[in-house]
Design a binder for this molecule. Structure first.
Ligand SMILES: Cc1cc2nc3c(=O)[nH]c(=O)nc-3n(C[C@H](O)[C@H](O)[C@H](O)COP(=O)(O)OP(=O)(O)OC[C@H]3O[C@@H](n4cnc5c(N)ncnc54)[C@H](O)[C@@H]3O)c2cc1C
Length: 400
């Protein structure tokens, strides 16, 4: 065992209680750090723990296993045997073999809810570390400490600060300088459909495959989510719906746009309940390096956000959290730990970000001619081979 030289009593303040912040706190707890606080601006966990579906790469299950949380996660999740990408004519363009990922890595990709993912992570963090309703306003770094200013005139001192405060992180610019932003012009409408509502519409008893159908006006994805519900999403063109973002209007828009592309989609559009709909705005940033400065380090979407097309955003945040905690445990000081963290993570983040961005460009084509050519070319290779680049990033061990 390497000798520990970072004091386990070091005051470590994590900003943000999303997937990255909670996983980091759970891993630091596991490694024997005892003086940690997680600051979260949401007033209560329920504000973040939405009943919205989320696809999680196999590495999320690996990470939960590492934290001793695998059984809790799998209890209310669904393991699909494959994910199929097809066009609106029913032509299969790619097939990600979930069973093969499991055979190769020991873990399956799953779907579950954001509520379950976050609440299971939270259960591994000591209660008195969690400070909901606490917003970081600014911070300044002295020679040996960081001073944090919190909303409501409160303040806090820390030896180290972990910025896990998401895509719009206020710490990002401080650490990395000005960086760009990329949007794909889509709005993602995500919904859970209770199994009872889906009777006669969706039945994955025999065909346990998550399906995504891409069209030039957006895409529709659906599959089983847990044994109680189905996971459905529509990615639609933001400029066409921005005038009204009400769930009813978005479902009407989806009906106009997608009716007729597949019998199951027609059925989904008839039973979807606007009360179960949530909206997300896909975005990423061109990869920038230098995720730490002095005593501050960034993880997750604050450091390396990626588009959702590989289903690995939360996985990347959780993986980085675990690698950072391990680096802090096995380094002589924080400078070495932060350097080690970035050295381990950068090659993987580079590949996942590039493939997620490619996914956004290739699957989001609006031009019918270009989309036709894409389908023709993708149709020339077997579906499993077409999905091989995604397979590889799902199956890869990330802690070595
Ligand atoms: C449309 C869409 C679909 C997606 N689908 C998937 C998917 O299927 N699978 C997947 O793995 N990923 C998916 N993602 C990506 C995934 O949601 C993110 O990558 C992941 O949530 C990032 O986790 P994080 O902890 O870094 O940040 P976040 O989850 O954003 O958490 C950051 C936290 O910091 C808090 N915070 C911010 N500022 C402050 C402050 N100043 N003080 C205190 N607290 C603060 C916020 O309230 C928030 O709780 C999707 C994203 C989008 C947009």
């Amino acid at each position: 065992m390497p000798k520990r030289t970072i004091d386990p009593n070091s005051r470590i303040v994590i900003v943000g209680a999303g997937a990255g912040g909670l996983a980091c706190a759970a891993a630091l707890h596991m490694h024997g750090f005892v003086n940690v606080a997680v600051l979260e601006k949401a007033q209560a966990p329920q504000e973040l723990e939405h009943l919205a579906p989320i696809n999680l790469g196999a590495n999320v299950v690996r990470a939960f296993a590492y934290l001793g949380l695998q059984d809790q996660l799998l209890e209310r999740s669904w393991r699909w045997s494959g994910a199929r990408l097809q066009n609106e004519k029913g032509k299969q363009l790619g097939y990600l073999d979930g069973d093969a990922i499991r055979r190769c890595s020991g873990f399956s990709p799953i779907t579950t809810t954001r509520q379950l993912m976050l609440s299971v992570l939270r259960s591994a963090v000591p209660n008195d570390w969690l400070r909901y309703g606490t917003e970081l306003v600014s911070l300044s770094e002295g020679r040996n400490r960081v001073s944090l200013k919190l909303a409501g005139m409160e303040s806090e001192e820390a030896d180290l600060v972990v910025g896990a405060n998401g895509y719009y992180s206020s710490l990002r610019e401080m650490v990395m300088g000005k960086t760009g932003e990329r949007k794909d012009g889509k709005l993602s409408v995500q919904a859970l459909i209770p199994a009872a509502d889906a009777e006669g519409v969706l039945d994955f008893g025999r065909d346990n495959v998550f399906t995504e159908i891409i069209t030039t006006r957006g895409s529709v994805g659906f599959g089983k989510n847990t044994d109680r519900d189905f996971n459905v999403f529509f990615n639609v063109t933001e400029s066409e719906v921005e005038d009204t973002l009400e769930a009813d209007a978005l479902i009407d828009y989806a009906r106009t746009t997608f009716t007729g592309i597949d019998r199951r989609v027609d059925g989904i559009l008839n039973v979807i309940d606007p009360a179960n709909v949530r909206l997300y705005f896909p975005k990423d940033r061109p990869l920038s390096t230098g995720w730490s400065k002095g005593r501050i380090v960034l993880i997750g979407d604050a450091a390396h956000p990626c588009f959702q097309y590989t289903g690995l955003g939360a996985a990347m945040a959780i993986e980085s959290a675990l690698v950072l905690a391990q680096s802090l445990k096995t380094s002589n000081d924080h400078t070495q730990a932060f350097r080690k963290f970035e050295k381990i993570r950068l090659p993987r983040v580079k590949v996942v970000n590039a493939k997620s961005y490619q996914g956004c460009r290739v699957f989001g084509m609006k031009n019918a001619l270009a989309a036709g050519l894409r389908d023709l070319l993708m149709g020339l290779v077997p579906a499993r081979i077409a999905a091989k680049p995604i397979f590889d990033i799902h199956a890869k061990e990330f802690l070595k």
